[in-house]
Write a protein that binds this ligand. Structure first.
Ligand code: ATP
Ligand code: PAU
Ligand code: K
Length: 254
């Protein structure tokens, strides 16, 4: 069994694969000053809660966009899973040709998503990942990672409203019944939800317009179900794209 770990700025998502099957997955908060022991005990407890014996884990792969946590996670893997972890970054084979000005600048989560999406859906592709930031990645027909767009995520966009406007409350992000809100909460839900759909369709359609061949559009991340239902430009929602990509990269490098 192998442990796959995706460290984001807000959440850490991890899963256990037994051969090709994702047995279980979990989501914990990213806390920058937690130690290897705190993460180790938490992860081992969650595994054991699903009757997965920690000593059955024979490999660990990590992708991270939070550099400050790498020290804790590398030590955690060694101490609690008895494995030096494979870390997505320089020296790891992904098979991806990256055309960014500086390929090392591309977030590891975006690379992992691209590896999974190319294998599962073919090329060309647009991948939309809703997280702390919403990222859009364009993969051309030849499978090259060309680049993309980075926008504020749906939660930080919403937080900006009540942080900066005294009379605006904290709201739940949902699809309101009407675009014309008749109270503050509905009006904010309308602005966030329809504004976000417009942003997603706007960026994806511009990416499609510059592509030689119509790309398939894959969405992932927590709000992808909610947004994917209304954003006409999204073809498929794949909640486990990042974990799948981590497993594929592990297999290419073991
Ligand atoms: N089903 C949903 N409906 C509405 N909002 C959601 C839903 N799921 C998640 N969200 C919100 O969207 C935000 C971003 O999604 P998600 O939780 O997938 O990203 P994250 O894991 O926090 O990001 P990162 O990978 O950058 O750490 C979350 O902080 C959450 O508050
Ligand atoms: C954009 C985020 C924060 C999304 O998680 C991450 O992919 C990241 O830190 N990327 C580095 C910058 C880039 O991808 O160009
Ligand atoms: K993520």
């Amino acid at each position: 069994m192998i442990l796959v770990v995706d460290i984001g700025n807000t959440h850490i998502v991890f899963g256990v694969y037994k051969e090709r099957q994702l047995l279980n997955h979990w989501r914990i908060s990213t806390v920058h000053d937690k130690t290897e022991d705190e993460y180790g005990v938490l992860m081992c407890t969650l595994l054991e809660n699903k009757q997965i014996a920690v000593d059955k884990i024979k490999g660990v792969i990590i992708s991270s966009v939070a550099p400050s946590l790498m020290f804790a996670f590398e030590h955690m893997a060694q101490k609690y899973f008895k494995q030096p972890p494979m870390v997505v970054g320089p020296g790891i084979k992904t098979g991806l040709n990256i055309l960014y000005d500086n390929p090392r600048d591309v977030g590891a989560d975006r690379i992992v998503n691209a590896v999974a999406a190319i294998e599962e859906y073919g090329t060309p592709l647009v991948i939309v990942d809703f997280g702390t930031a919403t990222t859009f990645c364009y993969i051309d027909e030849k499978g090259s990672y060309v680049g993309g767009a980075i926008a504020p995520g749906i939660t930080i966009s919403t937080d900006a409203l009540y942080t900066h406007a005294s009379k605006l409350p904290h709201i739940e992000i949902t699809a309101p019944q009407s675009v014309v809100g008749q109270n503050t909460i509905h009006a904010m839900q309308s602005g966030i939800f329809y504004g976000y759909i417009g942003q997603v369709d706007g960026i994806v359609n511009r990416m499609k317009a510059q592509a030689a061949k119509e790309p398939t559009v894959i969405a992932t991340g927590g709000p992808s179900e909610l947004i994917g239902q209304s954003a006409a430009s999204i073809d498929t929602v794949d909640a486990f794209l990042t974990l799948k990509g981590l497993k594929m990269i592990y297999d290419k490098n073991k």
